[in-house]
Write a protein that binds this ligand. Structure first.
Ligand SMILES: [Zn+2]
Length: 393
């Protein structure tokens, strides 16, 4: 390494730490810069002007690729550019506001993105950043306004995680925090699922790994086309996912990872049991911690079911259930989703009571099974196999 090395220290915050990992990945993978990964920081040789330009070019490319998708208008048959609903496009059109502003003010940004070319030190006439607490020189009052875009805020408190939880719009942050906070929206690994297009609810799951090096390993497995489960769609980025709640999404992710990584036998290295759920609803953000209590048991369920029958609880069973009215009537979609949520949550949290609740008669409905559930003659066979693999009964 050369004379000056740039260090980006961990924030001890799920959003910014995922962003640091993403920055390291961009530098390493797209700019071919050597990045040193440590538990609590990444470091790399300071970037020169050409490299900064290259990085900004890459981010600009990602803004277009990530935020928009092409959809054929059925009436006109013309391909139209639409904004992906799970990204901050819903924020009154101010999509990834800060990145757009950065793009417009490319010139200013190029010279001011100084944390990539020199380590920030205390300066005179400077302000203190509301996010990281470091000193910085304000360079543009519009750019450095801390908004929900830079850091998704929440209306609930989250004791297990530190960081600013209720930033007000008048809060300001330094360019480093503004930059990192914004690029995280371009990261492919939060995992995303849609709750239902009509309800305009989206769920994003972030791995919560405290060690930056481990986080990088985990996300790199996801990025590998042989082991990853990524599929960029209009409302989701998980392969074959139609999950309507965060537990079903997570169970689905685990199953797909298990299936893929069985081939390379790296399962033990990658299953992460701590997650942060970011729910976006009508432009507001809600944050929740999801901690899986017994990953070993989950692995045993998968092992026993997948080896014997080549199927999984969510992908081959829960997904095909619905709330069937006992008498005539329409399928209750809300209850169908609720039942799937109860079953997935029950298995993940190792909580049989919650799982069993889905099978109680509620609102005049019982659990029904869609025809394409599989080859088993009796749907109850599958339920029995889940019970046997999970509870040993
Ligand atoms: Zn800062």
């Amino acid at each position: 390494m050369g004379e000056e090395v740039i260090e980006v220290n961990k924030y001890y915050d799920w959003w910014f730490d995922n962003a640091i990992e993403f920055l390291g990945y961009l530098l390493e993978d797209k700019l071919k810069i050597k990045v040193n990964w440590e538990e609590d920081k990444i470091s790399f040789e300071k970037l020169n002007d050409k490299q900064i330009k290259h990085l900004i070019g890459e981010i600009e490319r990602l803004i277009d690729y990530k935020l928009k998708y092409k959809k054929v208008n059925k009436k006109t048959q013309i391909k139209e550019s639409k904004l992906r609903t799970y990204l901050p496009a819903i924020h009154n059109g101010k999509y990834v506001g800060i990145l757009k502003k950065i793009k417009e003010k490319d010139k200013i940004f190029n010279t001011k993105i100084d944390f990539l070319s020199k380590n920030i030190k205390n300066m005179k006439n400077s302000k203190i950043c509301d996010v990281c607490g470091n000193y910085y020189t304000p360079f543009d009052k519009n750019i450095n306004k801390l908004t929900q875009i830079v850091y998704p805020s929440t209306t609930t408190s989250l004791k297990s995680l530190c960081g600013i939880r209720k930033p007000q719009p008048e809060n300001t942050c330094c360019i480093k925090c503004a930059f990192l906070g914004s690029i995280e929206w371009l990261d492919d690994y939060p995992f995303i699922s849609v709750y239902g297009t009509s309800s305009n609810k989206h769920c994003l799951l972030f791995p919560l790994l405290n060690n930056l090096q481990e986080l990088h390993k985990f996300k790199n497995i996801m990025r590998n086309p042989n082991t990853g489960i990524f599929e960029q769609k209009e409302h989701s980025n998980i392969l074959n996912s139609k999950s309507t709640d965060s537990y079903s999404l997570l169970l689905n992710i685990y199953e797909k990872l298990y299936e893929k990584t069985k081939i390379i036998r790296e399962l033990d290295k990658i299953l992460c049991d701590d997650w942060v759920e970011l729910e976006i609803k009508n432009g507001f953000f809600y944050v929740k911690n999801l901690k899986i209590p017994n990953l070993e048991r989950l692995k045993k369920i998968f092992e026993s079911m997948f080896y014997k029958y080549s199927w999984f609880p969510y992908s081959n069973f829960i997904k095909y259930t619905f709330a069937k009215p006992l008498k005539s009537g329409n399928i209750n979609n809300d209850l169908s989703n609720e039942n799937q949520y109860l079953m997935s949550k029950g298995i993940l949290m190792d909580d049989f009571k919650t799982f069993a609740k889905a099978f109680q008669i509620r609102k005049g409905c019982i659990v029904g099974f869609k025809r394409d559930i599989g080859n088993f003659k009796d749907k109850k066979d599958k339920l029995n196999i889940i019970m046997e693999s999970w509870r040993g009964i």
